[in-house]
Write a protein that binds this ligand. Sequence first.
Ligand SMILES: Cc1cc2nc3c(=O)[nH]c(=O)nc-3n(C[C@H](O)[C@H](O)[C@H](O)COP(=O)(O)OP(=O)(O)OC[C@H]3O[C@@H](n4cnc5c(N)ncnc54)[C@H](O)[C@@H]3O)c2cc1C
Length: 327
Amino acid sequence: MSDVQNHDVDILIVGAGPSGLYAGYYAGFRGLKIAIADMLELPGGQITALYPEKKIFDVAGFPEVLGRDLVDRLVAQVEPFAPIWILGQRIEGLERSGERWSVQLSGGGRVTTTVVVITGGIGTFEPRALPVGREYEERGLIYYVPKPTELAGKNVVIVGGGDSAFDWAMALEPIANELTLVHRRETFRAHEHTIELVQNSRTKIITSAEVTAIYGEEQLTSVEVTLKSGSVEVIDAEVVVAALGFVAHLGPLAEWGLEMSKRTIIVDTAMRTNLPGVFAAGDITEYPGKVRLISVGFGEAAIAVNNAMTVIDPSKSVFPGHSSENT
Ligand SMILES: Cc1cc2nc3c(=O)[nH]c(=O)nc-3n(C[C@H](O)[C@H](O)[C@H](O)COP(=O)(O)OP(=O)(O)OC[C@H]3O[C@@H](n4cnc5c(N)ncnc54)[C@H](O)[C@@H]3O)c2cc1C
């Protein structure tokens, strides 16, 4: 997955959530040179950032699918088309350059592209930081758990009392060495059934308490927890998962000259925006009757990319042909 470089592609997909990943598949199916960019270090958009451990029940063909498994399958579907991954970078600016677009990346590089498909969802996410210990980011302090198995056998402290905190507790409880959940209130904001399961597990729950310091030399080794009562406990830990939620910002998108309605981009039935060669799909689009769901984003991604194809090569048809005939 690439970092600070310049790229020249047919189609740049802004946002690697489910809509962007599926747009990547269709772009590959149409034989296009693709770049997929996302501010997050990992693909999957809201699913990866907010609910990777939740089951999803309304994706066609899957009676139920775990969030992370759906993302893995979407990545597997696009990978054969060798997209250029530009992860961990924000798309800052969009400038017209002749008949093409020149797109500024936060890392300093540029992408030159004929078409842009914006699948920016609800914008970029930033994790809510812990008040202490930011210097331990990448040395044990994390905000989401890409692969729970990597924390097997470790002492883990989860901070938070919402769905994410409890979902991580459920995922880590069977594999962590010691697992502690610290929450600053007495009550939780997670799904009742999950709370009950975690309360009845071996997870140690400390309420009315805050993480007040993180210690360690190279890596994080312990966490100081201060209770409202004033008593202090130091817990051995190699990993702290700060599950305090994410803040979504629309960010620079709002400055690109797109016709917008509040935090969404107005599109027509071909998913065209008001800018030439710029399409949009997924949660970020707005039109009468819009429904914000993964399955709807998939359909819009297919519409956007196949219509974009005719901008890239006017001799091509909107209809891609059937994938089943492409053996
Ligand atoms: C808790 C929860 C549960 C849900 N459950 C379901 C469910 O059961 N079924 C269902 O259908 N839907 C569900 N949803 C909604 C579903 O997750 C969204 O509809 C879906 O994620 C939208 O996909 P998307 O690709 O359009 O956008 P997103 O998933 O929001 O992805 C957009 C991506 O764009 C990136 N981005 C934005 N701007 C920039 C920029 N300038 N530069 C670089 N990157 C950028 C963001 O970082 C993000 O990764 C749920 C949502 C939540 C929060």
